[in-house]
Design a protein around this ligand. Structure first.
Ligand code: COA
Length: 178
């Protein structure tokens, strides 16, 4: 079963990224080091990095039931960030979220993550996972508000390229059955 390429929640429109989104994605969040600090991918240095992400997203959409979604505010169409499902297998997906700085603190991440949980459920995902840095309390709160349970603390894994390439970091793993 293939996911819809656009989904609405109360305040948000989630839709598959288009090639024409490249400038907005770079400018709004992917090129901002404050946004990418705790993410698993390096801060985009130029729109070429963003273009590569969009190509990767298309390949993932071709291969799996769903992949990345951009998050827009329904009232004015402003790009707020991204979320999505990254499939490890047909019944196990990993999720995450990143919002532009001016979109923090409005409950948008919680709303977007709740939409991903519901989507995962309709796609027959049996296990939904998310990773988070132990110091990133806001993200842990988002996961817990959406019913994720802390499952494991992995010690000194490399996975945070924006916290210093040399340093390995601890990683908190969360999971839930959608
Ligand atoms: C982390 C992030 C997704 C949160 O998005 P958001 O839309 O502000 O989150 P929400 O408003 O839905 O919920 C945040 C919750 O964390 C709480 N919170 C915020 N800062 C906190 C802190 N320093 N310590 C503890 N809780 C905190 C908020 O009070 C809120 O909980 P509440 O509803 O019980 O009051 C957003 O800051 C972001 O995109 N950051 C950059 C990308 C990123 O780090 N993504 C996650 C990677 S794991």
């Amino acid at each position: 079963m293939k996911a819809p390429e656009a989904l609405d929640s109360l305040r948000l429109r989630l839709r598959r990224p288009l090639a024409s989104d490249v400038e907005a994605v770079f400018r709004r969040y992917a090129g901002d080091p404050a946004v990418t600090r705790y993410l698993a991918w390096p801060t985009h240095k130029s729109v070429d990095d963003t273009r590569a992400f969009l190509a990767f997203s298309d390949a993932e959409w071709d291969r799996w039931p769903a992949a990345a979604y951009l998050i827009h505010r329904r009232t004015d169409g402003v790009l707020l960030g991204s979320t999505g499902l990254s499939f490890e297998s047909a019944d196990h997906a990993i999720t995450g979220y990143a919002l532009a700085r001016d979109a923090w603190g409005h409950g948008y991440a919680t709303e977007a993550l709740a939409a991903m949980v519901e989507l995962a459920r309709t796609l027959g995902v049996h296990r939904l996972s998310a990773g988070c840095h132990p110091e990133h309390l806001a993200s842990q709160r988002v996961l817990e508000k959406c019913g994720f349970v802390r499952e494991e603390l992995q010690h000194r894994v490399a996975g945070f390229p924006n916290l210093g390439a040399e340093e390995s970091q601890d990683l908190l793993l969360y999971g839930r059955i959608p």
